[in-house]
Design a protein. Structure first.
Lengths: 295, 183
């Protein structure tokens, strides 16, 4: 058994580079994200409840639900943690690859390290699917129709919407540029199954991705990406997001000395874990929402 | 008279005491939740079944296991009066919808099967209030709930100060409570 859920929520950081990154991205989804940390505090904030006896019961029920492995919450947390860790590893590989492109005698690195764009694109596609899988682990498949389910997904707000904002900016727009949607389509769609299997995040969470083999899992990633492509495209265009505007805002919070966007992206990749941070917050919120309804 | 052995023992007792106090104060949250953690990971059933609650059902053929959350969906209220509903969660024995108005979250609507948490029925015992004929309670400062057929808890939780206790009661009456009783 890993740490108790209350301890995981209590230990969420109130500062540091991950929190700075998320604060810097507030302009993308204004007012959506507050850094809610602490188990008691999460219960109070989510429910608006002030009755101490009630807060105790909500917390106890949430702990019970989390500790039941059949409920899916532990698996969802594992996905958020694993995707966060995979991101760090990729950051290191991407940096090594950039050196390989610039310095000829190190060009042999290309043979063992995937092209940065391709690695980024695969990682992005896998991250999106991880989000979908974690959503279903936490919330089930709500409603009686596909429309209900899509409506439930479209209702992303708070820390979940912030996680998507960070995904679109730090993992998509910055490293891959404004045509990131097409890049993921072509890189993930055109990848050999072995290239997918070599992706750290994919190899770790592949058992959770629907499909009997790597090719069918690849198909699922493509389908999922296709399903959210329009949403992502309008997310970027309606907010006027550009690589320059994102970096400009980041500079207000994080000391970025290099304007080269691929380096900035790789730097964020190895130094932040926004995915896990907001993932824990999403999980805690949903647990509390269910617990207060069931007690 | 100086007795070194007693001094050493006293020193150790004091050290253990100080260590324990420090541990308690260093993580107050842990002490608040530690019992729940222990009970839910020890294999002991944390919520004992309450026989008095389980015998009063009008449907003896009903499974004693929690029903699928999806079986509750069709009994939720439809969107009306400028409100919209968004499916939020659907797990074993539980379904929940958000109630929104002008894009703002106003309340949560839920149905839960108390077979998964029998303790939840206790608060309805002795309740003189009813809503649509079912025992009803206020819970904390944000929740109103009814117990349908001694089994299914239907609850409305305010998420906005303008969504009052009266609103909660009105929305509880919009559920198809008789339909839930027939499950």
């Amino acid at each position: 058994m890993s740490k108790p859920i209350y301890q995981i929520v209590d230990e969420l950081p109130t500062g540091g580079i991950t929190v700075k990154l998320l604060q810097a991205l507030d302009y993308v989804v204004p007012g959506q994200w507050q850094n809610i940390v602490g188990f008691d505090n999460t219960i109070r904030t989510v429910t608006g409840e002030t009755d101490e006896g009630m807060i105790q019961k909500i917390g106890e029920r949430a702990i019970f639900l989390y500790n039941d492995p059949n409920q899916g919450y532990q698996r969802a947390l594992w996905i958020y943690e694993t995707v966060g860790k995979g991101s760090g590893v990729l950051g290191a590989a991407a940096l090594a690859n950039k050196i390989g492109e610039n310095i000829s005698f190190l060009s042999f690195l290309d043979k063992i390290t995937p092209k940065a764009d391709k690695a980024q694109a695969i990682d992005l596609g896998v991250k999106l699917v991880a989000e979908l899988v974690a959503f279903c682990k936490i919330n089930g498949i709500p409603g009686d129709s596909i429309g209900d389910f899509v409506g439930s997904l479209a209702d992303y707000s708070g820390e979940s919407l912030m996680r998507m904002a960070a995904l679109v900016t730090a993992d998509a727009l910055l490293p891959l540029g404004p045509d990131f949607i097409q890049k993921v389509e072509s890189y993930v769609g055109g990848a050999n199954p072995s290239e997918l299997e070599q992706n750290g995040t994919f190899s770790q969470i592949q058992a959770e991705i629907p499909g009997s083999d790597t090719s069918s899992k690849q198909g699922f990633i493509n389908q999922s990406w296709g399903a959210v492509a329009d949403w992502m495209s309008s997310f970027v265009s309606s907010r006027g997001l550009t690589q320059e505007s994102v970096v400009g805002n980041l500079k207000n919070y994080i000391d970025i000395t290099d304007d080269r966007l691929d380096y900035v992206s790789a730097f964020l990749d190895v130094t932040t874990d926004y995915y896990q941070h907001t993932g824990v917050q999403t999980l805690a919120r949903r647990l509390v929402e269910r617990a207060v309804a069931e007690i | 008279m100086f007795r070194p052995k007693s001094t050493i023992i006293l020193f150790f007792i004091a050290a253990i005491f100080m260590f324990t106090v420090a541990a308690c104060f260093s993580n107050e949250s842990n002490s608040r939740w530690a019992n729940a953690q222990r009970e839910s990971t020890s294999g002991a059933k944390p919520s004992p079944t309450l026989p008095t609650q389980q015998t009063a059902s009008s449907n003896p053929a009903r499974s004693s296991k929690p029903l699928p959350g999806g079986s509750f969906n069709k009994f939720f209220p439809a969107a009306s009066d400028g409100y919209t509903t968004v499916a939020s969660q659907e797990k074993g024995g539980f379904a929940e919808y958000k109630l929104k108005k002008d894009g703002k979250e106003m309340a949560m609507l839920s149905v839960s099967d108390t077979a998964a948490n029998p303790e939840a029925t206790q608060k309805f015992q002795g309740s003189a209030r009813t809503i649509s004929g079912y025992p009803a309670v206020e819970q904390g400062s944000t929740a109103t709930a009814v117990l349908v057929d001694n089994r299914f808890q239907v609850k409305v939780l305010s998420r906005n100060p303008s969504f009052t206790k009266n609103d909660r009661e009105a929305w509880l009456q919009k559920f198809n409570l008789a339909g839930i009783a027939g499950l």
